[in-house]
Design a protein around this ligand. Structure first.
Ligand SMILES: [Zn+2]
Length: 404
């Protein structure tokens, strides 16, 4: 069995009560004494990078703008008893992030809610745990890579009352398997992580065009004209910007589809006027860093590998026949389930991907540009799938089936 933890709103609330109790008892040392003790450390960092720019958005919510490769945007919710961060930037940016938070508030950072598990958003988690924070992220983050610190996870939806705000996290799969749309009801803020950008092309390689549209539709449903929409990178936006972005995503998908349907080569697609117009429009707010030829080529290739892989109709076993549990030699389980008509593979702390059939016994990894990476299946004469093998250019990892 794959271990699993889930998180309930009550559990977060009880952790908060326990923290408040400890705080009152002085056990967490967040009193003035600790702050004074820390003060010399801050003066020692003089000459280091200045704090990140801070953009106040509402009375209790501010945005720390990562930018310049240092990390992603970080939301800061300040309550009377503590501080919630939305994302944690890269590990290397931790000191600078902390200095910036300390310019806003001296309160304890009690929680970090991740928009997803990529390192520019969650790399700083561990050091914030060391400072006493609870990390909250979407369940699928457990299938990415090992994390050495505790994480509370949720599967579909989580609603938490914290510091006078109702924070709702809704699981998505668009940019990554572990995306979460985060809604702060009273502050009227929606954080979209890397499922939305106004300084780059979209990156929907986990959920494809459908996953991209799903998250945008949900955000558009939740938002009114006043809502501040926070992208993982780039500037805060509004509902109208999101509508524009959605239109562009649809135009991109439809144009690529039209070109695929008439047999246009990938090379010729790169020169297509409509795709070139979209290349510029996706990046409208960030003209100082245009999307390079290499990045554009990769965007097109990954769009094709995500949404336009030639699927063969399966002859022989039905798609259900592949589902179930397989086990690699090292004891790691490969679990295949059916989600939205597609096979989703989960490997504990080592992989989350979709499988696209290209032959009866060979499946591609959705979104991957590596043609030498795929999964093969062994099928016995009765049509029973008995083993899976993960193939890369260097190795083959065979996993016999352990459970139908
Ligand atoms: Zn990012």
């Amino acid at each position: 069995m794959i271990p699993r933890t889930s998180l309930s709103a009550e559990r977060i609330a009880s952790q908060l009560r326990e923290r408040q109790r400890l705080q009152r008892a002085g056990a967490l040392g967040w009193g003035l004494g600790t702050l004074l003790l820390l003060a010399p450390t801050w003066t020692q960092t003089e000459g280091a990078d200045p704090p990140f720019p801070v953009r106040p958005l509402t009375a209790s919510f501010q945005l720390i703008e990562g930018g310049n490769g240092a990390g992603a945007n970080v939301g800061v919710l300040v309550g009377a008893e503590g501080v919630v961060l939305f994302d944690a930037m890269k590990d290397e940016s931790h000191e600078r992030l902390l200095r910036t938070v300390r310019e806003i508030t001296a309160g304890p950072i009690t929680h970090v809610f991740n928009t997803h598990g990529d390192s520019d958003h969650s790399g700083g988690n561990e050091r914030l745990v060391a400072l006493g924070a609870t990390i909250v992220a979407q369940e699928n983050v457990r299938y990415r890579s090992p994390r050495a610190y505790p994480i509370e996870t949720f599967t579909q939806r989580l609603e938490v009352e914290l510091y006078g705000e109702t924070i709702t996290l809704i699981a998505q799969r668009s940019h990554s398997p572990d995306d979460a749309l985060i809604h702060l009801e009273r502050n009227n803020v929606i954080l979209l992580g890397d499922t939305y950008t106004n300084v780059w092309h979209p990156t929907f390689y986990s959920g494809g065009h459908q996953g991209q549209l799903a998250v945008l539709e949900l955000a558009l449903d939740l938002a009114d004209e006043e809502t501040v929409i926070v992208p993982g990178h780039g500037r805060p936006a509004h509902r109208a910007d999101l509508l524009d972005y959605r239109k562009r995503c649809i135009r991109w998908h439809e144009r690529v589809r039209a070109l695929v349907e008439v047999g246009t080569t990938e090379e010729a697609m790169l020169r297509d006027a409509e795709l070139q117009t979209l290349r510029a429009e996706f990046n409208l707010r960030h003209a100082e860093r245009p999307i390079s030829d290499t990045s554009f080529e990769r965007f097109l290739s990954r769009t094709l590998a995500t949404d336009f892989v030639d699927l063969v109709p399966l002859r022989g076993p039905s798609i259900e026949a592949y589902l179930g549990q397989y086990r690699y030699e090292d004891g790691i389980d490969l679990r295949l389930t059916l989600e939205g008509g597609r096979i989703v593979a989960r490997q504990w702390e080592s992989g989350f991907y979709e499988l696209l059939p290209v032959a009866r016994d060979r499946f591609r990894i959705r979104g991957s540009l590596d043609p030498e990476r795929y999964v093969t299946f062994e099928i016995d004469p009765k049509g029973l799938v008995t083993a899976a093998t993960y193939v890369t250019a260097e190795s083959r990892y065979r996993a016999p089936r352990v459970e139908p």
